[in-house]
Design a binder for this molecule. Structure first.
Ligand SMILES: [Zn+2]
Length: 1025
């Protein structure tokens, strides 16, 4: 539901820890081997095994089954990974834009036959140790996945999910709450004006305030104009009020049927119990139907088409005159052909990825636009794939030119083909992706196979990536013009292509608002007095239902005693290489080596700080040593899994006014490429290229565009960062690096006619940032490769020794702390302390062209190791689940909202929210609710489960030991925190709410991003931006 970006949650992410290290424990028989023993034709609990295939590349065994009575399809991927996953997906192919599949996705989660309480889905978040729970509506399917590391929990969640999708209540009230309704603005006042309300209604208004999303939607609708892809599956805001409750129930009956379902399970739990439970609790109650949900092929056009749409102007666009998007989209072949799909997606990467690709050279480098269009490259999410290429941030006068270049570039590719080294680099990248261990592998697999399987493609064939790669190599060998011929067939000679342009329209928002008003009036006109009375009464009923305490005892739950009492220790060794501290962590990394270096900013002059994010984003992309930027990109692709640099602001775990500031270098490579990876870093340290102004301008424009685009999607993060700005010294730096301040700085920079000032500044930053005196490193690798990695690291430090300089820190108070808190004599990290810092309350409003708000309030609280931190963690979770969710989402109609603690701040937020001041009152009422102590032991236990499911979420081998490396948080400290979490009781919670959050006690900051707001405008306590 929420995507977290680095700036705010960095620290939280590194505090998470894997409690159950089941993933790599030794077993007598592995899950993979056990699964290999199934035989095709074998009958298990109403299913028949169809196929059993070992997929050694992905370390799994695939078992394909079919349900005998209903024809439901099933795929199990047995793999020795304890993070087990379940998902069920239905082919949902709406023929109008009322958002029926999306509203249904929300509504089935509002209560079911066996679990009739309101909103069991959200309730289960607090009764489970799930590592993931969600639901998605795609263009042509709806998917319900969850994952957990606990077997009992898996059964519980499976039971709730099955009942939700197959036997939902679908009450009228659920439809009003989640879909749309007419209601008095103030539901308790029947004289207040009527308006549209509903969670999906507001969610989609918010979604289409994002111009990138809007463009993508138009493009799909217009490229496939003849069937389900021509409508908006999520819901066109003004079409949503055409949906009736009856239509919703009908859609469920025809689409959420086993005969239209695909089940997927993944992990180390045995298959049979899953089948048994699915058969007994759901499938046995159904017969076979023909769901008639197939999507026909799109009839091909005989000549290309052009079209035009409009959007709202973006005040943060780097150049206000350049706000057009134009792109050409080509309809390709059926995605169920796995080999053709892989070929086309590889071809797409060759055409558009990185500075060596032909489209990068022909479209990005001449700077006709700020970046590629939001839709670019191969897209296999529809039954027939598409490829799109174009630019955003284009001047209207240049649109024709862009179209010409696209067609010329295609001709050139057909003539010249691709360099062999680029093809090698691409295949190397694929190899790394397969080897890199992630913690959500099951979920990645589920989404990887979802689209093709949805149209009856073979999911097992899709998993056999190496076979397809071998076939690809063979095809190239047999026919050197293999790829060029594909380009001719799919691009040059393809008449089913659409050129779509989008331009800003000054009155866009006004027109939208007017259209909504007209729609509303139409609905209101036909109301009789008794209709109005009914609306008022229904509004009150809904409000009463939302305010009622729920009996959730019907729902299964884990107990606090099911949580592991202790965490396993992750051993790390700390030593030095060439005088630089290094942390080594031995992990099953599957043949990859992960390298990180943290370089502090303590000697960097204050006026240069705002440039640090820009430095980070360009430093690995401008060329280095003997390599120009194209050669550097080539080397990085051929020899590494990527090299990146990011900013770090880490509040100290003991002291709120102390923090560490730095940049983090990260890269990975196959063991055999260690020397090449460190050579690249040496060149970047010793002789980075900064003086290519043309290249710099391309990168600056891309960054500025990316930041401007991120606000519509991550507005809550910007609001939270701003709210915390004046509460801690670290908060101020966070705002500089990742807040609205950085967005406006980059907009200004991108607008500069002359970048020579930046070109002079970057080398000054380099002197301070690449100083081995201010650096510490970390290596994660297999035990066998540690000494090899250490030797190469040593060589790297020696190579960059000339950058070593003794410099004076800028701030007077530097505190040194041992990297290993248990070893006072070991290597140390240097933190900034601001003992005289005064937090200051501030309220900031950013007026934005959105129809929805992002609201945040942040309160200065305590650091991680403080004894009250655990109580505040539980309180934030409990307040979110038991109070704020009801007020902000259910009653307020926002897409989401809650409270969190991190970086020493207790922070409230809302996401895509129709309200502002009302939400701020909800935050305040949340605090009053906590102080009143009107919650039960069950509420506390649920909050604990929820907190622990985050604390114990799995950590990938690449990320083990990072909490200690970055924040100095050791396993012992985590264990103490864990014990404090277990111990939190009712009294503690009331107590911390009073002492930290009460009006008289707190220092807080508030920030809102949203549309013009009269109430706030009139209130002089706000700063309006
Ligand atoms: Zn939704």
């Amino acid at each position: 539901m929420f995507r977290q970006t680095k700036s705010v949650f960095q620290k939280l992410r590194y505090l998470s820890f894997n409690g159950q290290q089941h993933t790599w424990r030794l077993k007598s028989t592995s899950a993979r081997e056990r699964a290999l023993q199934y035989q095709p034709g074998q009958k298990i609990h109403g299913f028949t095994v169809k196929e059993v295939v070992a997929v050694p590349d992905l370390f799994l065994t695939a078992v394909k089954l079919m349900h005998d009575k209903t024809g439901a399809q099933y795929l199990h991927a047995a793999r020795d990974d304890s993070n087990n996953l379940f998902s069920v997906q239905f082919r949902t192919t709406p023929m109008d834009s009322t958002g029926v599949p999306h509203i249904l996705e929300h509504t089935v989660l509002c209560g079911s036959e066996k679990y009739p309480c309101r909103d069991p889905f959200f309730k289960m978040l607090n009764r489970s140790l799930s590592t993931f729970m969600n639901a998605f509506t795609a263009s042509d399917y709806t998917m319900y996945p969850f994952s957990t590391q606990n077997g009992k929990d898996f059964q519980n969640l499976l039971s709730v999910y099955l009942d939700a999708v197959f036997f939902p209540c679908l009450r009228e009230q659920d439809f009003w709450q989640e879909g749309w309704r007419l209601e008095n603005e103030d539901p308790t006042d029947n004289n207040s004006p009527l308006m549209f309300k509903g969670v999906v209604f507001n969610e989609m208004k918010g979604a289409f305030s994002d111009n990138e999303r809007l463009y993508a939607q138009h493009l799909q609708n217009k490229l496939y104009p003849d069937h389900t892809y021509s409508v908006v599956s999520g819901g066109e805001p003004l079409a949503i009020p055409d949906l009736t409750w009856e239509q919703l129930k009908q859609f469920h009956a025809t689409h959420y049927h086993p005969s239209n379902a695909r089940f997927f399970t993944y992990g180390d739990l045995p298959l049979e119990p899953h089948l048994k439970q699915i058969q007994e609790e759901a499938l046995s109650k159904f017969a076979c139907i023909d769901p008639k949900t197939e999507v026909p092929s799109q009839p091909r056009w005989t000549s290309p088409k052009e079209d035009h749409v409009t959007c709202s102007p973006d005040p943060l666009a780097p150049d206000p005159n350049k706000q057009n998007t134009v792109c050409v989209s080509y309809l390709l072949g059926d995605i169920t052909d796995a080999f053709e799909g892989l070929t086309l997606s590889l071809l797409s990467s060759l055409m558009i990825s990185g500075p060596n690709s032909p489209f990068y050279k022909s479209l990005i480098e001449p700077k006709l636009g700020t970046d590629f269009s939001s839709v670019v490259g191969y897209d296999g999410s529809t039954k027939e794939a598409s490829f799109s290429i174009g630019l955003q941030g284009v001047d209207e006068e240049d649109i024709e030119r862009v179209k010409q270049i696209i067609s010329q570039t295609i001709d050139k590719i057909i003539e010249n083909g691709f360099e062999e080294r680029r093809i090698e680099a691409l295949i190397h990248k694929l190899e790394i992706q397969i080897k890199h261990q992630t913690t959500n592998f099951g979920l990645s697999l589920a989404s990887y196979i979802a689209s093709s399987w949805n149209h009856d493609g073979d999911p097992v064939e899709l998993l056999q990536i190496s076979d397809s790669v071998a076939k690809f190599r063979q095809a190239l060998k047999e026919n050197p013009r293999f790829l060029q011929e594909k380009v001719r067939q799919y691009f040059k000679e393809n008449t089913h292509r659409l050129t779509l342009s989008m331009s800003p329209e000054e009155s866009y928002l006004e027109k939208q608002a007017k259209a909504e008003e007209e729609k509303l009036q139409k609905k209101i006109e036909v109301l009789s007095d008794s209709d109005r009375k009914q609306i008022y009464e229904k509004g009150l009923e809904l409000l009463a239902a939302q305010s009622q305490t729920q009996d959730v005892s019907c729902l299964p739950a884990l107990k606090v005693s099911d949580i592991e009492p202790t965490i396993p220790i992750t051993p790390v060794q700390i030593s030095t290489a060439g005088g630089v501290p290094v942390q080594y962590c031995e992990q099953p990394t599957n043949g990859l080596v992960y390298f990180r270096a943290l370089c502090n900013l303590n000697t960097l002059p204050e006026d240069l700080k705002v440039f640090v994010p820009l430095f980070c984003s360009v430093i690995t992309k401008m060329g280095c040593g003997a390599l120009d930027y194209r050669q550097q990109a080539q080397q990085m692709e051929l020899r590494t899994g990527g090299m990146s640099v990011s900013t770090q602001v880490i509040t100290d775990c003991n002291e709120l006014d102390t923090y560490e500031q730095g940049i983090l270098l990260s890269s990975s490579c196959l063991e055999r490429n260690l020397p090449h990876m460190f050579q690249l870093w040496s060149d970047i340290f010793n002789s980075p290229h900064f003086d290519d102004e043309e290249r710099l301008r391309v990168l600056v424009m891309q960054s500025a565009q990316e930041l401007a685009n991120s606000i519509a999607y991550s507005g809550h993060l910007y609001a939270m960062t701003r709210a915390g700005r004046h509460l801690t010294p670290a908060g101020d730096l966070q705002e500089t690096f990742g807040g609205m301040e950085q967005v406006t700085f980059m907009k200004r920079t991108a607008a500069m006619a002359d970048l020579s000032q930046i070109i002079r500044t970057l080398p000054r930053l380099k002197i301070h940032l690449f100083n081995p005196n201010n650096m510490r490193c970390a290596i994660n690798s297999t035990p066998e490769k540690v000494s090899d990695a250490a030797a190469h690291l040593e060589g790297f430090i020696k190579d960059v020794a000339k950058n070593r300089k003794e410099r004076k820190p800028v701030r007077p108070n530097i505190i040194e702390k041992p990297i290993n808190p248990l070893d006072d004599n070991g290597p140390r990290r240097k933190l900034i302390s601001e003992p005289t810092f005064h937090p200051c309350p501030m309220k900031t409003f950013f007026q934005m062209p959105f129809p929805v708000n992002f609201v945040s309030e942040s309160i200065r609280a305590v650091p991680f190791s403080h004894k009250d931190y655990a109580s505040l963690c539980i309180l934030a979770r409990m307040m979110t689940a038991k109070f704020l969710h009801g007020e902000i989402r259910e009653k307020g109609g926002a897409y989401g909202g809650g409270a969190k603690i991190g970086g020493g701040l207790f922070t409230f937020y809302s996401y895509r929210d129709p309200n502002t001041v009302q939400t701020l009152s909800a935050f305040g009422n949340g605090i009053e609710w906590a102080k009143s102590g009107k919650f039960t032991q069950q509420d506390i236990d649920e909050a604990k489960l929820s907190v622990f499911s985050a604390v114990d979420s799995p950590v990938a081998p690449a990320d083990k030991g990072m909490g200690q490396f970055l924040s100095g948080v050791t396993d012992e400290m985590k264990q103490s925190h864990r014990q404090r979490l277990f111990a939190v009781d009712h009294k503690n919670l009331v107590d911390v709410a009073e002492r930290y959050l009460s009006a008289g006690q707190k220092t807080c900051g508030v920030a809102i991003l949203g549309p013009e707001n009269d109430v706030i405008k009139k209130d002089p306590s706000w700063i309006i931006k």
